[in-house]
Design a protein around this ligand. Structure first.
Ligand SMILES: Cc1cc2nc3c(=O)[nH]c(=O)nc-3n(C[C@H](O)[C@H](O)[C@H](O)COP(=O)(O)OP(=O)(O)OC[C@H]3O[C@@H](n4cnc5c(N)ncnc54)[C@H](O)[C@@H]3O)c2cc1C
Length: 397
């Protein structure tokens, strides 16, 4: 086990949130930051949707984790198995406990296969896939691009799915591919969305429905996939009209996600937070433990979890850790989030909104909520560079 060690700030999870926060804290002069992250590679996850649409490779979105950990930080290539917030201790799967002055909890969320019984078995077959996991993303495009006739069903859950509307990217990229290869007329495309809209932004929602119409997609909102029978290639579906069974030739899932179980076991959740880290969505401070902070997909930020949202959350947490120590007022996060969605293989729209669904565009013109070629190029080619060279370097304000 070894003797316990102390760090000024311990960051749990070295994904988008953890690395950006570590770098930001170092920039602000914090001398002793430790990151606990078991994975040896770091993924730029937004490109997974393009892998699922046949427009990017896994190599393009993968870097060695060692190259992402900011210089001057201590990296524990280890897994956190629990936190004792009363004693300010992080427990690792192997090795010594870590004591902290402040801890930032950002281990992300994970696919909750149990939420749709049969779904895990289904993605083990050639007829179902998800771009939400690196090991499934290439198969998503293999499945979609090899379909030449039949029924393609796309399921977008709204249960904690990271940046859920990007689940539409593989749909639109595939539909455009089917049109270009002359088989669109032979494929029935069904889109099942759990929420009442495709995205939490009026204009963008309208644009996406228009794009769906142009490809003949049958859109069903407030519709939930309840179970999958892989052997029969069949899906049990519940909608306001009732329950029915839908067969498929290709099934794409943006599946429900859940928080890691140790978060609740550590007393960091509440009944309402349903396993997620219960933070004040404005200050990102834990509701009961003032030295615990939460951000990213694991935290109850009361808005769509996304990488874009982290650009605003990271500086708030970094500032608030310092502000609390100095007895100054805490900064507030307004719930800004973003969903970039391709409408074909050339164009993309950007829905940006706050916690209440009010548009919050980052530029006043042009209107980025309309599909554009320039926005597509930005999202596919420039944004990954910004991620590696600016966001992971803590270059956020
Ligand atoms: C397919 C896909 C497409 C997306 N597209 C977009 C997009 O276009 N635009 C956008 O803004 N957002 C997008 N997102 C959302 C964005 O990627 C996430 O919101 C963001 O990655 C969340 O960052 P995070 O650090 O909270 O979680 P993650 O990035 O998931 O990182 C969590 C890290 O914690 C580590 N970890 C987990 N458990 C433990 C533990 N017990 N101990 C230590 N470490 C642990 C994990 O290994 C991981 O590295 C997409 C997500 C996916 C999956």
């Amino acid at each position: 086990m070894g003797s316990p060690r102390h760090h000024d700030v311990v960051i749990v999870g070295g994904g988008n949130a953890g690395i950006s926060l570590a770098a930001k804290l170092r920039r602000m002069g914090c001398q002793d930051v430790a990151v606990v992250e078991p994975k040896r590679v770091h993924h730029y996850r937004p490109l997974l949707s393009y892998v699922g649409g046949g427009m990017a490779t896994l190599e393009e979105l993968t870097r060695p984790q060692a190259k992402c950990i900011p210089s001057g930080c201590t990296w524990y290539a280890n897994e956190v198995v629990g936190i004792d917030p009363d004693r300010s201790v992080v427990h690792l799967a192997t090795g010594p406990d870590l004591h902290y002055t402040d801890v930032a909890v950002c281990p992300g969320s994970r696919v909750d296969w149990a939420a749709i019984p049969g779904s895990e078995e289904a993605v083990g077959t050639a007829a179902a896939a998800t771009s939400y996991l690196p090991e499934q993303a290439v198969k998503t495009w293999t499945m979609l691009s090899s379909l030449t006739a039949g029924r393609a069903v796309f399921v977008i859950s709204d249960r904690h799915v990271p940046c859920a509307p990007v689940g539409l990217k593989p749909l639109f990229m595939a539909a455009d591919h089917w049109r270009r290869s002359g088989v669109l007329g032979d494929i029935v495309i069904e889109l099942l969305v759990e929420g009442s809209r495709l995205v939490n932004h009026d204009d963008a929602d309208r644009e996406l429905r228009t794009a769906a119409d142009s490809f003949g997609v049958r859109v069903r909102t407030r519709t939930t996939a309840e179970a999958v029978r892989a052997s029969a290639r069949s899906l049990r579906v519940r909608s306001p009209e009732g329950t029915d069974d839908l067969t498929y030739d290709a099934l794409y899932l943006a599946p429900p996600h859940r928080a890691p179980q140790w978060v609740a076991a550590s007393g960091l959740s509440t009944a309402e937070a349903a396993g997620f880290a219960a933070v004040d969505p404005h200050t990102l401070q834990h509701v009961r433990h003032p030295r615990v902070w939460g951000l990213g997909d694991v935290a109850t930020v009361d808005t769509l979890p996304s990488g874009g949202a982290l650009r605003r959350q990271v500086p708030v947490v970094a500032h608030n850790i310092a502000a609390q120590r100095a007895g100054r007022g805490l900064r507030r996060y307004d719930g800004y989030s973003v969903a970039p969605v391709t409408t074909n293989r050339r164009e993309l729209l950007l829905a940006e909104f706050d916690r209440d669904g009010h548009p919050e565009p980052s530029v006043s013109t042009p209107d980025l909520a309309r599909p554009r070629r320039s926005t597509f190029v930005f999202d596919r080619y420039l944004e990954p560079r910004i991620y590696w060279h600016r966001l992971l370097k803590g270059n956020v304000r």
